[in-house]
Design a protein around this ligand. Structure first.
Ligand SMILES: C[S@@+](CC[C@H](N)C(=O)[O-])C[C@H]1O[C@@H](n2cnc3c(N)ncnc32)[C@H](O)[C@@H]1O
Length: 285
């Protein structure tokens, strides 16, 4: 398994190879990270408040085992029957399944991911969840999603955009595929305090863990504004504690991404923030 320090300029390749290997292996043995240390046990995610027991009862085991999110965007997107939803970085499809249940038979959910084995697993998930007819998948980079302008009512994303080196390009795509008046519901990771530059560099060398590609919260929301989004509404903001950071920083699992040094983790405790927010594309655009 490749675990060497990444070279500047290739974070996407590292992300792709690690998440693809994880999906190919069905989550890896004892996979940790955002989903917790016993991802096969629905109670862990329930205890961490990501998904309710009722939601988890709708999710096939493969989607849950491979889930690597830091929130539940379909749960706070206020999805309505008949709406069209796009999930940016859908992974093995946990949020696609949940969104499909909310938009119902008249709606549609499209999952986008650049990792072929995640897309395969997501197709398996929607088939097992009996929502294949209202879901579709695209193997694509989020910087260039092959969907028409104004396609979607809602773009959701769960712990993905921190992994993208060009966050502005990704949010420009989200803006483009949304209808005027459309909305975003996003869970992501940002920096909420000053990080020592050397520690930051070491996290960047571990880019696939959902901490290395994170940026400062102010800069993150400036990007949204620059792209044209308004009505930003923070739904929740949770500074990660040591154990959560340890799990998060070796996403998609320690056999794919080496754990950072304990001292580095301790130095950023409380400064790495899990955020959940909604934002809107103006109706007049
Ligand atoms: C941390 S996982 C989260 C997956 C899923 N949203 C969930 O909650 O389980 C990140 C996912 O984003 C995908 N991803 C990261 N960067 C991407 C990009 N630039 N384009 C498309 N997919 C990307 C990865 O392949 C991976 O499946």
């Amino acid at each position: 398994m490749e675990t060497e320090t990444i070279k500047a300029g290739d974070p996407k390749d590292i992300v792709k190879s690690r998440y693809d290997a994880c999906a190919e292996q069905g989550g890896g043995e004892g996979a940790v990270c955002c989903a917790g240390d016993t991802p096969a046990s629905p109670s862990f995610a329930a205890e961490h408040g990501l998904y309710s027991r009722e939601e988890l009862s709708l999710v096939p085991k493969i989607a849950f085992t491979l889930s690597r999110g830091c929130g539940n965007p379909a749960g706070f997107a206020d999805l309505q029957p008949g709406e069209v939803v796009v999930d940016f970085g859908c992974g093995a499809g946990i949020d696609v399944v949940l969104a499909a249940h909310k938009v119902g038979p008249a709606g549609k959910v499209v999952g986008v991911d650049m990792t072929p084995h995640m897309i395969e697993r997501a197709k398996q998930s929607v088939a097992e969840a009996h929502v294949a007819e209202t879901t579709e998948f695209l193997l694509a980079d989020l910087e260039q999603v092959e969907l028409p302008d104004g396609f979607a009512d809602v773009v959701i994303s769960n712990c993905v955009i921190n992994l993208c080196p060009d966050k502005e390009a990704v949010y420009r795509e989200a803006f483009r595929v949304l209808k005027p008046g459309g909305r975003l519901a996003i869970s992501d990771i940002v920096y909420g305090g000053e990080i020592d530059p050397q520690v930051r560099e070491r996290f960047q060398a571990n880019w696939a863990g959902c901490v290395g590609g994170a940026i400062e919260e102010d800069r993150y929301f400036q990007i949204l504004q620059d792209v044209g989004f308004g009505q930003v509404e923070i739904v929740a903001r949770h500074p990660l504690q040591q154990k959560e950071l340890e799990e998060m920083a070796c996403c998609p699992g320690p056999e794919f991404t080496p754990a950072p040094a304990k001292d580095d983790i301790a130095s950023v405790e409380g400064k790495v923030v899990s955020i959940k927010f909604r934002a809107g594309k103006p109706r007049t655009h």
